[in-house]
Design a protein around this ligand. Structure first.
Ligand code: C2E
Ligand code: CA
Ligand code: CA
Length: 661
């Protein structure tokens, strides 16, 4: 199997060199060095050649003048030639040619003048030095094999020519010829070997270089892959984290401010469920490409931060610029117009929610904090109906440090006894008696001040603390009111986060077993809330809870987008109409609206509870409308368990409680 790195390398790799190209490369390599070596070699050779004027004077004094003159003529000529070539940057082969020419003419010029000497015997010995020219061609200079053989061959031929005219014995001729030929063969062979060796060394060097280059490329490809998101081709979380660190360091060291923008594709799980994962991937790729193009115009960088979440980092001087960039990003995705018909909020295209956080002096010394803040802003964007931009605002209680304190408080709330339940009566209109109570959670801080549920419940949902608090609430309800039969039915608020968590129904069953309470004594109120997407997990959980005998009520009906579709999917025992509808009843339109809603719910066969009954008139109106149950300050305010704990359920006591409240 080919690895991703190989694919990446292949896509950018060069084809291997052909033998001809290799040869050309060999010739080109080290050109300057070789030219210098030829020039220096020739200078040394000429100096030695001229120094041999001394043996000329000693061995062949009668023709020494001529031979020395010949030496100087050749020497000066070839040195001039090579200097000109060198300065004119002639090719190496021309410089080598000059050296070969120098050898051949040097030998010939000396031989031609020296052979005319009267000192025949001296010259017969002196002739042996011709071999040095052959050695020079084959071993001293670094000629290519062909040039070596040609020049040393000419030297050899010149020797034979001279031998022909030189009066000598057969033995002399035989031994000198043998010497010259073997010298020629031997040095030519060594030259051939040297040349081959040099070429092999060159090949090895090329191979080493190629391997080195490949290793570097492979390293680079690996690095690129480890920093790239395979689906979208954007930088992945790892790369973004590194970049974020750089931005952060610049902010700390030089005060260059920047913004971190988190972008979340709205209802993406629903998109995947509806159109399939392949289409989901395609959607992410389109969004990624479009975002990439947009942010390039703003000199920012983008990465995929997780599933359907992207992050943009951009240096920015003023916070006012943030909104422009974030809005441009939001618009980009909206303009793509990718169809998403299964959304439950009235839109039918893919959109994004955006949370941004800008560096600020108080941000503290931790870099994670800016992401945390962007995340909070994103949460608010989703809570505000999605397809919108929110910038983290440190003064907003929903996103301020206060919620961090609350998160910390929630962790210790149960152990430190900071959390408690109060109960609000629910009256049956027809029977005029207490039908049930709703358990409402209360939280106090360590100094005793209470934290409103509107603040701590969203934090508990976001941090997951709601899971433990929820179990605690169910267990407490059983202990405080049900085991001893004080109240017949208690409704408990359950957040969608709990319903979505695997094992929630099982944990409820365990509490029922542990306390010996039957499920039919409990009702769970669920609100469409933030997580409007109806997961199949939630439906499964609800049917499990129903199997335990627990009644399911729909809370705050009419406040969210999803209420109607929830009515279609789940068979609620009771639907609680949000108090805002009752309070709007003062106007004829509001009244008609409430009647419509009541009609709709009644047609579907659910019992109806109206919340927020604060006056006698409202209670009478509800009776007139034929509502089943009512709840509100007029019926009874939320009160501690003791209020309901006097006796086990009795009609008389119920009447007293309701009156009391
Ligand atoms: P909710 O479930 O709609 O609870 C009713 C809220 O309306 C309570 O506020 C209650 O005190 C208030 N209320 C009752 N009657 C009247 C009335 O006549 N007029 C007015 N103006 N208000 C009335 P509270 O206790 O502050 O609870 C707020 C929300 O917090 C609850 O709304 C519920 O969504 C959530 N919550 C409370 N306890 C829990 C819990 O144990 N678990 C979960 N998940 N959520 C909870
Ligand atoms: Ca409720
Ligand atoms: Ca409610």
């Amino acid at each position: 199997m080919i690895s991703a790195v190989e694919v990446e390398l292949k896509s950018q790799g060069e084809p291997p060199l052909s033998p001809t190209e290799l040869r050309a490369l060999y010739r080109d390599e080290g050109k300057a060095d070789r030219k210098l070596a030829s020039r220096q070699g020739l200078w040394v050779a000429v100096v030695v050649y001229l120094l041999f004027s001394v043996p000329d004077l000693f061995l062949i004094p009668d023709v020494a003048n001529a031979s020395i003159a010949a030496r100087f003529a050749v020497g000066i000529f070839v040195l001039l030639a090579i200097e000109i070539q060198f300065r004119m940057d002639a090719e190496t082969r021309w410089l080598d040619g000059t050296c070969a020419f120098a050898l051949v003419t040097g030998y010939a010029a000396w031989l031609a003048t020296a052979i005319q000497t009267e000192h025949v015997q001296s010259f017969s010995y002196y002739m042996i030095f011709g071999a040095i020219f052959m050695m020079g061609a084959n071993l001293f200079f670094s000629f290519q094999f062909r040039l070596s053989v040609i020049s040393s061959g000419i030297v050899l031929s010149t020797f034979f020519l001279a031998l022909y005219f030189f009066p000598s014995t057969r033995a002399y001729q035989f031994s000198f010829s043998l010497f010259y030929i073997s010298c020629f063969a031997f040095t030519s062979y060594v030259n051939w070997k040297l040349n081959r060796e040099r070429y092999n060394v060159f090949l090895n060097a090329v191979e080493a270089r190629t391997q080195q280059k490949e290793a570097t490329e492979r390293g680079k490809a690996l690095l690129r892959l480890s920093r790239t998101d395979p689906l979208t081709g954007l930088e992945n979380r790892r790369a973004v984290d590194e970049k974020l660190r750089d931005y952060w360091n610049d902010w700390q060291l030089f005060g260059s401010s920047f913004v971190a923008i988190l972008i979340d594709v709205d209802f993406f799980k629903k998109f995947n469920d509806c159109y399939g994962h392949q289409e989901g991937d395609r959607c992410l790729v389109r969004v990624a490409n479009a975002l990439d193009a947009t942010i390039k115009q703003h000199n920012a960088s983008i990465g995929r931060y997780g599933g359907e979440e992207f992050i943009v980092l951009a240096r920015m001087e003023r916070q006012e610029q943030v909104a422009l960039l974030a809005e441009a990003i939001r618009k980009t995705v909206e303009n793509l117009g990718i169809l998403h018909e299964q959304r439950r909020d009235g839109m039918s295209i893919v959109t994004v929610s955006i949370g941004a956080a800008f560096t600020r002096a108080q941000t503290g010394a931790k870099l994670e904090k800016i992401i945390h803040e962007a995340d909070r802003a994103l949460y608010l964007a989703k809570a505000s109906g999605r397809n919108c931009v929110r910038l983290f605002d440190p003064n907003d209680p929903q996103s301020s440090d206060e919620s961090e304190n609350i998160a910390a408080l929630l962790k210790i709330a149960i152990n430190q006894d900071l959390v408690s339940l109060v109960y609000q009566p629910i009256q049956s209109i027809e029977a005029g008696r207490l039908e049930a109570v709703e358990a409402l959670m209360r939280l106090r801080m360590l100094d005793g001040t209470s934290v409103p549920p509107s603040l701590f419940i969203p934090v508990a949902e976001r941090t997951g603390a709601i899971l433990e608090l929820g179990r605690w609430a169910i267990r407490t309800v059983c202990h405080e009111l049900i085991i001893d039969n004080h109240v017949h039915l208690v409704s408990v608020n359950v957040s969608p986060i709990q319903l979505r968590t695997p094992g929630f129904a099982a944990s409820v069953a365990a509490i029922l077993t542990e306390t010996g309470v039957t499920g039919s004594r409990l009702a769970f109120e669920i609100t469409e809330g933030l997580e409007m997407e109806m997961h199949s997990d939630i439906l499964r959980c609800i049917s499990d809870l129903k199997l335990l005998g627990i009644r399911i009520w729909l809370d705050d009906f009419g406040t969210g987008f999803a209420g109607l579709s929830w009515l279609r999917l789940i068979d609620f025992d009771t639907v609680k109409i949000d108090r805002s509808f009752l309070h709007d009843c003062r106007s004829p339109r509001g009244r008609a609206m409430l009647q419509d809603i009541i009609g709709l719910i009644r047609n579907r066969g659910h019992k109806i509870l109206v919340e927020g009954v604060e006056t006698e008139e409202q209670l009478l109106l509800m009776r007139e409308f034929g509502i089943d149950k009512v709840q509100g300050y007029h019926i009874g305010r939320p009160a501690p368990a003791e209020t309901f704990q006097v006796h086990p359920v009795s009609a008389k006591r119920e009447a007293r409680i309701l009156k009391l409240a």
